[in-house]
Design a protein around this ligand. Structure first.
Ligand code: UDP
Ligand code: MG
Length: 136
């Protein structure tokens, strides 16, 4: 049965800065994702704070928001069957040191904060995050 989902993927500043956009897009396509919308933006810190509000009580929140707003990011709606979970699997663990071989974070991540990609963690959050960037 077909279960096409949409999820939000972000190529974070560390990866955009290293010109990894095309490599990462190719990996999504090779893994069966369609990139249905894409834009490159630079967030204000206040916008990053809104995006990551779920983490506002965490000790890393301020640095995380400074980081996400530190340079251009590439924001994409990607879709396929079971896109939310399949993207999380393709991304790998939050800490690149713990990410499995073949995952984006294992390949490209530098550290737990500079881990190259973001992906929505549930269907509900995917909808919220897609709206955050692509609501017309
Ligand atoms: N993060 C961090 N330090 C930590 C945990 C997380 O800098 O100890 C950053 C990291 O960039 C991560 C983001 O905060 O991607 C959001 O954390 P989350 O737990 O939601 O991880 P993710 O869903 O991105 O795997
Ligand atoms: Mg998360």
């Amino acid at each position: 049965m077909s279960n096409i989902e949409r999820t939000l993927s972000i190529i974070k500043p560390d990866a955009v800065e290293r010109n990894l956009e095309d490599d990462i897009k190719k990996i999504f396509i090779d893994n069966g994702f369609k990139i249905s919308k894409l834009k490159k933006v630079k967030l204000e810190k206040s916008e990053a704070e809104k995006f990551y509000k779920v983490h506002e009580t965490k000790p890393f929140y301020n640095d995380l928001c400074l980081y996400l707003s530190s340079g251009p990011i590439v924001v994409m709606i990607i879709e396929k069957d079971n896109a939310v979970l399949d993207n999380r699997e393709l991304m790998g663990a939050t800490n690149p040191k713990e990410a499995k071989d073949g995952t984006l974070r294992k390949k490209f991540g530098i550290s737990i904060d500079k881990n190259s990609v973001h992906g929505s963690d549930s269907i509900e959050n995917a909808k919220i995050e897609i709206d955050f960037f692509f609501k017309d």
